[in-house]
Design a protein around this ligand. Structure first.
Ligand code: HEC
Ligand code: HEC
Ligand code: HEC
Ligand code: HEC
Ligand code: HEC
Ligand code: HEC
Ligand code: HEC
Ligand code: HEC
Ligand code: HEC
Ligand code: HEC
Length: 326
């Protein structure tokens, strides 16, 4: 009985609260639109920066210019205007403490159909509460309305990747390439969508592996083949790890070992191959570089690669192809 009374009073209370909220003047958001002309009086600079952007173009059907202009994103602002403006009064602001989801929601109300956002809900940025305005500034005219150019945009939050791309061997995301098409983080990552279903590597020497890193392909190898097509084969003799996942041997961003390799020679190979009676041990005082016997080509220079040259796979018929020597 007591319980029923408790719930009844709770119901009454919440009803009264809702009534209170719906009274005019008390609504968090007054439904009235003030029109962008009124905003201009007090926010000249924001008006300017909006006018030069794609959103202000009347020629684009769904653009804010053809909807509520400023108020398409900031919400109806007549209360804000009536009260002479101010922080926290009657408009939606994209502030730091506003929830990411709420901020993105303002953009998605129009961009739901945008192709780049098809998988936004499953995207790691979205689930980590990163919002559109963390990367975009709609008050401006930069390419794609980005706050900063890549890769600096991304480095702002991903310092560890900046560190990697400064290493000796790297994918050229930092350099402005003259002869090549410039490589950006977005060449490989779909930062607003993207998910892959790649299986976890079975005998990987790397730890993080096979998860969704928003790469622009269904699997790591498919991503690499987009630019390194010659590694796709088909090969008469496949090297199992290359066919499975390039990241068995390569770092995607940067490495202190040449060719983006995860480790140096001959460790790279020896992680998976332990072959006795094979020229893979270091020189000793008996078997020196200039010595006789099986000493040559051991642990020097390209090490295993001195002989196993076609490490990604070979089409050479017979044993030499089978062991990637030719
Ligand atoms: C009478 C002057 C005035 C008018 C008109 C006006 N504002 Fe403001 N607005 C202000 C002032 C003052 C602030 C506080 C700015 C500050 O503290 O830096 C403000 C703050 C804001 C903020 C930040 C709010 C927050 O909570 O942080 C937004 C967004 C904003 N205005 C948008 C608009 C829009 C959209 C319009 C038109 C519908 C508009 N303003 C019309 C004066 C005005
Ligand atoms: C497409 C959505 C969009 C439109 C249209 C838009 N804004 Fe904004 N506005 C934002 C976002 C997002 C921010 C956060 C800062 C940024 O992105 O540059 C912002 C920031 C602001 C701020 C600063 C708020 C603060 O916290 O200090 C003001 C003031 C403002 N806008 C006013 C306007 C006015 C005036 C117009 C119309 C002339 C307008 N905005 C049109 C999305 C929009
Ligand atoms: C009233 C609808 C509307 C709202 C709200 C809106 N946009 Fe847009 N936006 C458009 C339209 C229409 C275009 C042009 C067509 C396109 O590229 O989809 C556009 C284009 C863009 C572009 C492409 C710019 C370029 O250079 O090609 C970006 C980025 C963008 N919007 C980001 C945002 C962000 C971030 C927000 C939220 C702060 C937002 N938009 C809110 C309608 C809207
Ligand atoms: C982590 C950073 C990041 C976030 C968060 C982000 N974007 Fe983007 N956006 C980018 C980058 C980088 C590009 C340009 C490269 C590309 O298209 O992938 C871009 C491009 C766009 C484009 C233009 C695409 C085209 O080619 O026409 C639109 C529209 C857009 N973003 C809207 C949004 C909206 C809306 C949100 C929030 C739901 C959002 N973005 C969140 C980084 C981001
Ligand atoms: C405002 C901060 C911020 C910006 C800017 C940003 N990111 Fe992120 N990013 C995050 C957060 C937070 C996560 C999720 C947590 C994590 O895995 O580190 C994340 C996750 C990722 C992941 C997936 C990691 C995983 O474990 O699945 C990739 C890939 C990524 N970001 C790439 C980019 C790229 C490329 C850009 C630039 C276009 C960018 N990010 C810009 C904050 C940011
Ligand atoms: C050549 C393609 C390529 C480029 C360019 C690239 N990435 Fe990646 N990135 C990858 C791959 C592949 C992975 C997955 C690595 C894994 O599974 O271990 C990855 C993983 C990530 C992760 C998750 C790292 C982790 O350890 O969980 C982040 C964050 C990231 N990249 C950010 C960036 C940023 C920022 C840039 C631009 C500076 C960038 N990437 C450029 C291919 C690339
Ligand atoms: C968007 C295109 C693109 C994608 C995708 C891509 N690469 Fe690259 N890669 C490049 C470019 C450009 C270079 C620099 C080539 C040059 O300097 O001539 C490069 C260089 C390399 C190098 C040589 C690095 C050095 O130190 O010389 C290796 C190894 C490599 N990539 C492996 C990979 C792997 C593994 C993947 C998949 C995770 C991949 N790449 C995905 C464009 C790409
Ligand atoms: C078993 C380890 C291993 C795997 C797996 C592997 N690579 Fe390599 N990769 C190497 C080695 C070792 C080199 C250096 C070759 C040399 O110095 O001749 C190299 C060099 C490269 C280079 C730069 C030199 C060149 O030949 O163009 C690219 C690009 C490359 N690999 C791409 C890939 C791609 C794409 C994959 C996945 C299909 C892959 N690698 C898988 C070991 C591997
Ligand atoms: C991630 C583990 C891994 C790494 C790293 C690796 N391999 Fe392999 N390799 C394999 C597997 C698995 C096979 C297939 C073995 C089989 O079929 O019995 C193979 C096959 C071979 C074969 C053919 C052997 C045969 O009998 O068919 C040669 C030769 C070879 N690898 C050389 C190398 C060299 C040289 C390196 C270093 C550049 C290397 N591998 C790095 C896993 C690896
Ligand atoms: C002097 C040239 C040479 C060097 C250096 C060399 N190999 Fe070989 N390797 C061969 C030849 C030739 C064969 C095929 C004949 C045989 O089985 O001995 C072979 C066969 C293999 C096989 C397949 C046969 C088996 O025994 O399972 C593997 C695996 C292999 N090498 C790995 C390596 C690794 C790992 C290194 C570096 C640590 C290396 N090789 C260094 C020439 C070389």
């Amino acid at each position: 009985m007591r319980r029923i009374i408790f719930f009844l009073s709770l119901l009454l209370l919440s009803g009264a609260f809702l009534l209170f909220l719906s009274l005019p003047g008390n609504t968090a958001e007054n439904r009235g639109y003030a029109g962008s002309e009124s905003c201009k009086d007090c926010h000249e600079d924001y008006d300017q920066s909006y006018r030069i952007s794609v959103h202000a173009k009347k020629a684009i059907p769904g653009a804010p210019a053809n909807r509520q202009e400023c108020e398409s994103c900031h919400g109806p602002g007549s209360q804000h205007v009536e009260e002479g403006g101010g922080r926290g009064i009657g408009v939606f602001a994209f502030t730091r403490n506003a929830e990411g989801r709420a901020k993105s929601g303002k953009c998605i109300s129009c961009h739901e159909e945008s192709k780049v956002l098809a998988f936004w809900n499953m995207n790691r940025h979205s689930t980590a509460d990163v919002s559109c305005d963390d990367c975009h500034s709609v008050h401006g005219r930069k390419e794609n309305l980005l706050k900063t150019e890549e890769p600096d945009l991304c480095f702002g939050c991903h310092r560890d990747i900046r560190f990697q791309t400064n290493k000796q061997s790297r994918h050229p995301v930092n350099e402005k390439m003259v002869t090549h098409q410039k490589l950006t983080c977005s060449s490989c990552h779909d930062t607003m969508g993207g998910f892959s279903t790649e299986p976890v590597g079975a005998f990987s020497i790397r730890t993080s592996f096979g998860t969704n890193k928003m790469i622009r392909a269904d699997a790591v190898n498919e991503l690499c083949f987009k630019c390194h097509a010659e590694k796709r084969g088909p090969f008469a003799w496949e090297h199992a790890p290359a066919a499975e996942n390039c990241l068995h041997c390569h770092e995607p961003h940067g490495s202190n070992h040449s060719n983006l390799l995860v480790t140096k020679q001959p460790l790279l190979c020896r992680n998976c191959h332990d072959i006795p009676l094979h020229p893979s041990q270091p020189y000793t005082s008996f078997q020196r570089f200039l010595g006789t016997g099986g000493g040559k080509n051991r642990f020097i220079g390209r090490s295993c690669l001195n002989c196993h040259q076609n490490i990604h796979g070979s089409n050479f018929p017979g044993e030499a192809g089978h062991v990637f020597v030719r």
